[in-house]
Design a protein around this ligand. Sequence first.
Ligand SMILES: Nc1nc2c(ncn2[C@@H]2O[C@H](COP(=O)(O)OP(=O)(O)OP(=O)(O)O)[C@@H](O)[C@H]2O)c(=O)[nH]1
Length: 417
Amino acid sequence: MRASFRALRLTSAATSSHIQPFFSLPLRLFSAETASDSDSPSNPDFGSSDYTLPSSPSQPNPRLDPYYRARADEALFGKKMQSPLQEEEERERATRLARSLLEAALEPPDDVAEGEDMVVREEDQMSLSAGIIGAPNAGKSSLTNFMVGTKVAAVSRKTNTTTHEILGVMTKGNTQICFFDTPGLMIGHHGYPAATDVRVRVESAWNTINLYDILIVIFDVHRHLTTRDRRVIQLIRLLGKEKQPEKKRILCMNKVDLVTDKKDLLKVAKEFNDLPGYDRYFMISGLKGAGVKDLEQYLMDQAVKRPWEEEPKVMTEEVMKNISLEVVRERMLDHIHQEIPYVIEHKLMGWKELRDGSIRIEQHFITQKQSQRQILVGKNGSKIGRIGIEANQELRSIFKRDVHLILQVRVAKRKGA
Ligand SMILES: Nc1nc2c(ncn2[C@@H]2O[C@H](COP(=O)(O)OP(=O)(O)OP(=O)(O)O)[C@@H](O)[C@H]2O)c(=O)[nH]1
């Protein structure tokens, strides 16, 4: 759109320069130029800005009957005679075109994201809380990260109605979607529960599901095709068994990018086709983004009129960098109880967001003496290793994504060395 407007401007500039010579001749005849051979603009003999001319007496525009004007136009320019009605229509069309061109020109630049800096009145706010359940490694975090975007939602809680772990917040236009990890259903980071456990967890989860507007049941379809897991199948079946409109559920077949024969996906879809509890089925790759747009649109459509729960602030990269420094420094202070932490310089040397959404962070500690370096590094690197592991874990949980933390300890170069 902007390109076309630019083209339009260029055309009009070209047109006016084209017209110029046509008018310059008669105008020169009447100009009040003093006689001079010099036409040089750097040394003008006459500049109209130096003179104030009396404004011409206002004359009413001579009015011509539209009928006679049309006839005169036809005689002079060969233009087809138009009725006043046709003229009116043409004027309207031209106005519409001009307006749409103006609107196109005024469109916000592409790099200003929709909804950014937009204040949405509370009465216009739409919300959706979505619980996500899946076995470990099903891809809950990757999917949330993809939808929430590269910016991490820095949530300052307004309400505290739930103690569930928040995975991320997506705010677009007037709609906010909060993604929660489901406790009780959290089969957790510690491995799969026993088969009997699944039933107990699902049963108890029904009570907590009421807290969400929708439950996203996610499973690794590639894994399902290669190593079927009875517990995962049981979970999917139990949650989709009954249709309960107030407990809306959807089933997401994740990691479709890993499935080479796409016909296999249809087989899996058929396998769970008989479950009336699921409102919709989605085939997605939460990591790569395939199918996520459809899922996102579906979720946006489910949002209800309700004030947002979270302030839609986003953690900028700058804030994330500072957090990374603070977390590492805190861990260092935990492990080094002597004076030296205060004389150690601590710098962020590298920050890179990798294609899989993880962040590579490189930080350097610069000590004054070799002995200080030795204390910080510890025996065979044990101390700095401990600091790194703990800080990495903490950063991973704050940023809700993988973090590759690299710490280096070096001795400051002596001046003049
Ligand atoms: N190829 C592929 N890999 C994926 C996809 N989604 C997630 N993964 C990978 O699967 C692994 C687990 O993903 P997570 O998003 O951490 O899974 P999770 O369900 O949050 O795992 P827990 O935190 O253990 O419950 C990671 O190595 C991801 O990179 C996907 O759509 N395609």
